[in-house]
Every structure is written in C-alpha cells, then in structure tokens.
Ligand binder design. Sequence first.
Ligand SMILES: Nc1nc2c(ncn2[C@@H]2O[C@H](COP(=O)(O)OP(=O)(O)OP(=O)(O)O)[C@@H](O)[C@H]2O)c(=O)[nH]1
Ligand SMILES: [Mg+2]
Length: 283
Amino acid sequence: MLHIQWFPGHMTKALRMMEDSVKSVDCIIYVLDARAIESCMNPKFDNIIKNKPVLYIINKQDLVEKQDLQSWQKYFIANNMDFVIADSVSGKQKDLIINKLKELNKKIIEKYANKGAIKSVRAMVVGVPNTGKSTLINSLCKQKRAITGNRPGVTRGKQWVSLAEGVDLLDTPGTLAPAYDDQERAKNLAFIGSIKDDVVALDDLTIEMINFFRNYNPRLFCERYKLEALSDDNIEVLGQIAKNRGFLLNKNNYDYDRVYRAVIDDFRKQKFGKIMLDFPKDK
Ligand SMILES: Nc1nc2c(ncn2[C@@H]2O[C@H](COP(=O)(O)OP(=O)(O)OP(=O)(O)O)[C@@H](O)[C@H]2O)c(=O)[nH]1
Ligand SMILES: [Mg+2]
C-alpha cells in the first residue's frame, strides 16, 4: 500500500502568498494535467479562487487520446466551467487562451474603456506541481521567462510576466493538498510526476503501476517487457523484468532499483502509449 504525503514548508508559504496575491488579480488560470484531471484538482485552492472567474487549462493534451478527452469536455460544459484544451510546449493555443481571458474579464475591461482607460487583465496561474504552469506562461509570452523542468517544485517564488496583449500573469509554485485521504489521487499524482520521487517508495509505486496495468491492459505491460503473461505475483513480475532486461547486481541477484526506475520512467515517457488515469465521476 502506498502512503503518500508531501507538503514541505515552501508549499505552506506558497499557499499563503496565493491567498495574499489573489486580492490583486482579476481571474485565475487553473492548470490541469490532461492525464489526471480529477487528481490535479486541489481542494486547497477552492477557498483561494472562489470569488474570481476561473479559466481551466487542460494541459498536456498531447499525452492523452483525443476521444478520452470528450467526457471531460462534456463535464466542463455541464458544470459551466470555462476551459481550453492545450499543449503548452507547442503554444498553439495562445490566441484562444488570450481571447478567453479577455472574454472572462469583459465587464471590467469595458468599465475601464468607458472611462477612456485600458485595463490589463491580471491572472494568477495555479495548479499542482509539474502541470506546466511555467511552460504555459512562456508559451503565452513566446519567451523563456519562467523556469521550467520535468520534476515537481521547480517554481519557488512568485513571478509576474506581462504580455504585449495586455495580460499580466502571476506564476506560482505548484502546491498539493496537505494530506490525501484518497490515496488514489495521490497515486495518480505520483504516476504523472507531480509528487517528488524522493518522498514516494519507488518499490511501492512500481507495484501500484503493475496493479494498474493488470486492470487497465496487461497485454501492453507484457509487450513492453517481453513477458508471456502478467503473473499475479508482483515480486515474480519484478524478477522477470530484471531477467529480461539484464538488470543484475551480480550473478545471483536482480537489481530491483533499476526495474523500478525503468517502469516509472517508461510510464512517464508514454512508452505504454497515451494513458488517461481519471475520468469524470458524475456526468
Ligand atoms: N508533453 C507535454 N509536456 C509539457 C506540456 N506543458 C509542460 N510540459 C512539460 O512538463 C514539465 C513541467 O513543466 P513546468 O512548466 O515546469 O511545470 P510547473 O507547473 O511550472 O511546475 P512547478 O513549478 O514545479 O509547479 C516540463 O518538462 C515541461 O516541458 C505539454 O503541454 N505537453
Ligand atoms: Mg513552475
């Protein structure tokens, strides 16, 4: 069983900073990873964002199948949630996102315009770690202004970035919930690299991945590691992978650490294909 909890001091600080900064912004950009949309919803944000218009960015769309996103599109529409499906590395959705932001803040922009003033839209960008907040900001300003990286906890302080289109964006550090009663969510966040690997037991995480594939599609897993069938015995599966890959400490012992790393990296590098972990519960 996995027991994941990761809430370091910088996240407490970041949430406080967000509570403070939200007073001076017009709207929120809430960045979600398309592979685990539900798990990326952080209840800790609810209170912070409750009085502001929210634009959800379903990011990393390139990592899931288009048809899997359909149920989420329906869900967001049914719940009156504004959203854009995006892949921030490409930055193709720049105009769409800026237009949506202006649409969302139409009233206040018009109010200023009536007085002969130009209002720039101020948006705070929030999300759990590693969803692509800083990458999104860079794609919108077409410059590498915010630091990015494929691990959680890259952004530490707050950073304002101004776009020529009259939009100011506040980058914030990724933050998680202080505790996860629902370890299913925590597990999904660990799968997509939103929780630091140092705080997750890699052997447990790998076993959770094997269990996941046993349900999802055992054939995919077997093909990747050239297994005849997926045994019910997880330790046996780990041994078979080590044997087939030649991960040996010495003649008589498998190098299990290399097995863990291989399975987790393969998942994160889409070596099993495009996998969506969360689907909407209430439709
Ligand atoms: N495939 C794909 N990768 C993306 C996309 N957007 C961001 N990434 C990658 O996701 C990783 C995390 O991106 P960041 O922008 O640093 O994420 P962040 O949300 O700012 O992370 P923290 O600051 O740690 O909270 C990087 O390796 C990005 O290249 C996307 O749309 N598709
Ligand atoms: Mg960042």
